[in-house]
Ligand binder design. Structure first.
Ligand code: SF4
Length: 449
């Protein structure tokens, strides 16, 4: 087990573990029902989605150029950002130009803006980005970070949210979910009216039409992308898909895997700024295409993680995630996908220990809508991390190989092992804390065959 995840999980209050566990189990169960309703052949749908994503990765450069050209035809300004700092500076430039004296920016939920730490960057420049997704709003007023890529406050219960709202004077104390949602809605309405810029992520971008696809359940994305004069959409380059026909597969697959819905309540297809005869919609739409080490990942062992559609199903089903929550991973991307994506993007030396935050039970691969072989990659990462000098707190397997491939040493070991198992063990490792070495029973096979 990764030390950081293990230590975090041990210190977690019981009510946090209970919140994460119950919500994860609920979503895992509803996923099975929803996908069964949407697809006669769920396995076939997953294989088809994986094949489309493979096509995207094999043709990523061409598809992005096609997307850029069609976005521009639609009136969308396209920007390329090599890394987080370039993306943040670019967005800051757009804010300076568009906002004038107003400092309010409304934001729809977006993991890629979490990845580049956009909020703290804009706040340091004197701007006031306001999260408008209910979960992200709670995270923001609590000075917290999201604990799940789909449900950011999976680690909180009703009482904790009610206390945060009362503390911030969002409304009178109540633990009724509908009343809390109403309070947030009333509080955020004025922010939408005051903002000149709305920032969102992108779930899919269709290369053949240049339309941006956003999915959500609360309606705040629609307000963030249509009320302000300027809409800035930030997208990881792997989110491009060839055409809109793909959406009939990806939309129900994403909704079913993420929240157990047949479809999300809202699906937005954004073509560009408002037309001359239209009375609403933004006057400018900008698309920021972010690399941030994705091309490095594309050319490495872990390229399949770029197929991820951020549904969160692998988090919900993972026993380690359920025990530790997303915060245990110490990275914006958590769970099995985070344990591969984070070190793949930022380096095995820095984050390679996350590969140990897995029981290798295989559940993550079983539920992944695009069939990413996460357990295989976790194993490969463990090996790579070990070779890089990370995760060296266990017994090195090279030692076992050295013994098992030398018959003389192996035979001596077989003779001595029964005695060793009855002696007190100086090598008291973490592994041994929870396990007993088996006592030898019966005859020695080599001697008596
Ligand atoms: S790896 Fe698969 S299951 Fe996990 S978030 Fe990505 S698409 Fe969903």
């Amino acid at each position: 087990m990764s030390t950081r995840v293990e230590e975090f999980a041990r210190a977690l209050p019981a009510e946090t573990t209970a919140s994460v566990r119950s919500a994860s189990i609920l979503k895992t169960d509803s996923r099975i029902t929803a996908l069964g309703v949407s697809f006669g052949d769920v396995e076939g749908a997953r294989s088809h989605a994986a094949a489309i994503k493979e096509f995207v990765l094999a043709n990523l450069g061409r598809l992005l150029i096609e997307l850029e050209a069609n976005c521009k035809k639609n009136g969308i300004h396209v920007h390329w950002a090599r890394d987080a700092s370039e993306a943040n500076e670019l967005i800051l430039g757009l804010c300076k130009r568009a906002l004038g004296d107003s400092k309010v920016i409304v934001k729809a939920k977006s993991m890629v803006t979490e990845e580049i730490h956009l909020n703290s960057f804009l706040e340091a420049q004197g701007y006031a980005p306001v999260e408008t997704d209910l979960g992200e709003f709670v995270v923001q007023i609590d000075g917290d970070t999201p604990s799940h890529i789909v449900t950011p406050i999976i680690h909180k219960n009703r009482r904790q949210i009610a206390e945060s709202f009362a503390r911030e004077k969002i409304g009178p104390y109540t633990e009724v979910p509908e009343e809390l949602a109403l309070q947030a809605r009333e509080h955020l309405r004025s922010q939408f009216a005051a903002a000149s810029i709305g920032i969102s992520g992108v779930n899919f971008a269709c290369a053949s039409t240049g339309r941006l696809v956003l999915v959500e359940n609360e309606g705040n994305n629609r307000l963030s992308t249509t009320v302000p004069d300027v809409h800035i959409a930030v997208m990881g380059i792997e989110k491009v898909v060839p055409d809109e026909a793909c959406l009939s597969l990806f939309l129900p697959l994403l909704a079913g895997s993420a929240t157990g819905q047949k479809l999300t309540s809202y699906v937005h297809l954004i073509k560009g700024p408002r037309g001359g005869d239209e009375s609403d919609g933004p006057r400018e739409v900008h698309l920021v295409l972010l690399d941030n080490n994705r091309t490095k990942v594309l050319n490495g062992h872990y390229r399949d993680v770029l197929k991820c559609i951020r549904c969160g199903a692998c988090l919900n089903v993972c026993p380690v995630y359920r025990q530790g929550s997303g915060h245990a991973y110490g990275h914006v991307y958590s769970g099995p996908i985070g344990a591969v994506l984070a070190p793949a993007m930022e380096g095995v030396e820095k984050l390679g220990d996350l590969a140990k935050a897995s029981t290798l039970c295989g559940s993550c691969e079983e539920v992944c809508p695009v069939k990413i072989p996460l357990p295989h990659m976790l194993l490969q990462l463990r090996d790579e991390a070990f070779r890089a000098g990370v995760n060296r707190d266990g017994i090195p397997w090279s030692g076992f190989v050295g013994v098992a491939t030398r018959s003389g040493i192996w035979r001596a070991g077989l003779t001595l092992l029964p005695m060793a198992s009855s002696l007190p063990h100086p090598l008291k490792t973490k592994w041994r804390e929870f396990r007993q070495l088996p006592q030898r029973e019966g005859r020695n096979f080599r001697r008596h065959r």
